[in-house]
Design a protein around this ligand. Structure first.
Ligand code: 5AD
Length: 331
């Protein structure tokens, strides 16, 4: 153990076996502290706030864990018009957000041309950093959207285990997923990936390998969240993922990728928690807030959530205060 602590302090890379061993520790507190130190060295006490706009919940994929999978007939589908999207982004900008994440299911209705035009308009009228998160697209489409001004792209690999990946996704392969990530990275996007904790058949070795996968891209951002069971999906009877294990995975990712932006994922609704050891003490430095209009937000039900959007301005202020209460500085 002392040997591993020494390696971490030395900033040496950890192997899969070492990561797996650390994930299983009885007492992880020293590793949390080291991850927190590394976060502080790279980001100080700043917490980046991002707005996320979920502009369509149509999805052609059949991911077994996701409430938006195309076989779920219980969800009302919506698409926001280009004008609605631009208007919402403008409101978020006026409320103080400097980064917008445009997210949707894999919805062919929005062509690369449309997404590119939306990005262009945002770039023309605001100084926002624009992140797109609309799933797997062709190299040409990623390239076009990048040329239109998109700065970042988020595409989680979800799991790095080929068998688990194909069990969960009858609609795609791990190979294509990783290839898409490589394309995104090669085009110069600030690249984000991530994975879930608590998937069927997942072991600590799988998680260790997930962390190494992030490092292999290498990712500039990584979202790691617990699986949350959704009653309208084939995984309805599976338990939710462990929040402790999620925090451990975030901490080890911070150690392996010292400069990466690591959000406290929405799935880990930590910020309200009274817990002292919240996710921001484990290496995370980013928080995302939904700005999806209220009339649509309830239908973007990837997993059950009680997070509601009412007033973008008020919520931004509340979030800033919550971050300050944790002794951090919102930016
Ligand atoms: N529980 C937790 N996270 C989920 N996601 C999708 N479905 C679930 C679920 N049931 C995550 C995936 C996806 C992101 C948008 O939401 O990681 O990439």
């Amino acid at each position: 153990m002392n040997n591993l602590i020494h390696k971490i302090k030395n900033r040496d890379e950890l192997t899969k076996e070492e990561l797996s061993h650390l994930l299983a520790l009885d007492d992880f507190s020293e590793i949390f502290r080291l991850a927190d130190d590394i976060r502080y060295e790279n980001f100080g006490n700043y917490v980046d706030i991002r707005a996320i706009l979920e502009f369509s919940n149509y999805c052609k994929r059949k991911c077994k864990y996701c409430g938006l999978n195309s076989t779920n007939k219980n969800v009302k589908r919506y698409r926001m018009s280009v004008d609605e999207i631009l208007e919402t982004v403008k409101t978020a900008y006026d409320a103080g957000y400097k980064t917008i994440v445009l997210q949707s299911g894999e919805d062919n209705y929005y062509t690369a041309k449309m997404i590119g035009d939306i990005v262009r308009q945002i770039k023309k009228h605001t100084s926002m950093v624009v992140t797109v998160s609309s799933g797997e697209l062709s190299y040409e489409d990623y390239k076009y959207i990048k040329l239109c001004g998109a700065d970042r792209y988020l595409l989680k690999h979800e799991t790095s285990d080929e068998k688990i990946y194909s069990y969960l996704h009858s609609c795609g392969t791990l190979k294509n997923r990783l290839n898409a990530l490589k394309n995104i990275k090669s085009l110069g996007y600030y690249t984000g990936s991530g994975f879930m904790i608590g998937l069927p058949f997942q072991t600590l070795d799988t998680i260790a390998n997930d962390i190494l996968t992030l490092a292999s891209i290498p990712c500039d951002m990584a979202g790691i969240g617990p699986f949350i069971s959704h009653s309208d999906t084939p995984l309805r009877n599976l338990q939710n993922g462990s929040t402790e294990l999620t925090k451990r995975a975030v901490a080890l990712t911070r150690i392996m990728l010292p400069k990466a932006h690591l959000p406290a994922t929405t799935a880990l609704g930590v910020i309200d928690s009274k817990e002292k050891d919240n996710i921001f003490s484990c290496g995370a430095n980013v928080i995302m807030r939904k700005v999806t209009p209220q009339k649509y937000e309830q239908y973007y039900s990837i997993y059950p959530s009680n997070i509601k959007v009412s007033d973008i301005y008020k919520e931004r202020k509340i979030l800033e205060q919550q971050i300050k209460n944790l002794g951090r500085i919102p930016v």
